[in-house]
Write a new protein. Structure first.
Length: 126
């Protein structure tokens, strides 16, 4: 799925990468770009495929959003499989949150939107 969605990035020739290689490592720069693309699409992609600093805008956006705090070493590594697990968990939480919002919106027309969101967030923080 990550390849079909274009999350694995581009090859040197500019075509979409189509292999996942779960046991390979993933740099902080690559992880940040993947996460940034999941959150904001191609907003922070460099217009130049040859740009050696292609990852900088992705990492800075994540730091500005308080999602990743350590962006000084873009070469820090993790296994791709672990990163994919994190992404799967994010999507699972998102799906659960959307479902909770829909259920509360349907069941309680008297409550304000703020009260509904407070109820949902309190459930997730417990």
């Amino acid at each position: 799925m990550s390849c079909r969605l274009g999350f694995m990035g581009l090859r040197a020739d500019g075509s979409v990468a189509t292999t996942f290689r779960p046991n390979d490592t993933l740099s902080r720069a690559e992880f940040g770009a993947l996460l940034s693309r999941m959150l904001w699409g191609n907003t922070y992609n460099s217009p130049n495929a040859d740009d050696p600093n292609w990852y900088v805008a992705h990492l800075e956006a994540l730091k500005d959003a308080d999602i990743i705090t350590q962006i000084d070493d873009p070469n820090e590594v993790e296994l791709r499989a672990y990163a994919w697990i994190i992404f799967q968990r994010i999507y699972g939480i998102y799906d659960e949150l959307v479902s909770e919002i829909e259920d509360l919106m349907d069941s309680s027309e008297e409550d304000s939107d703020i009260e509904i969101l407070q109820d949902i967030l309190s459930e997730f923080s417990e």
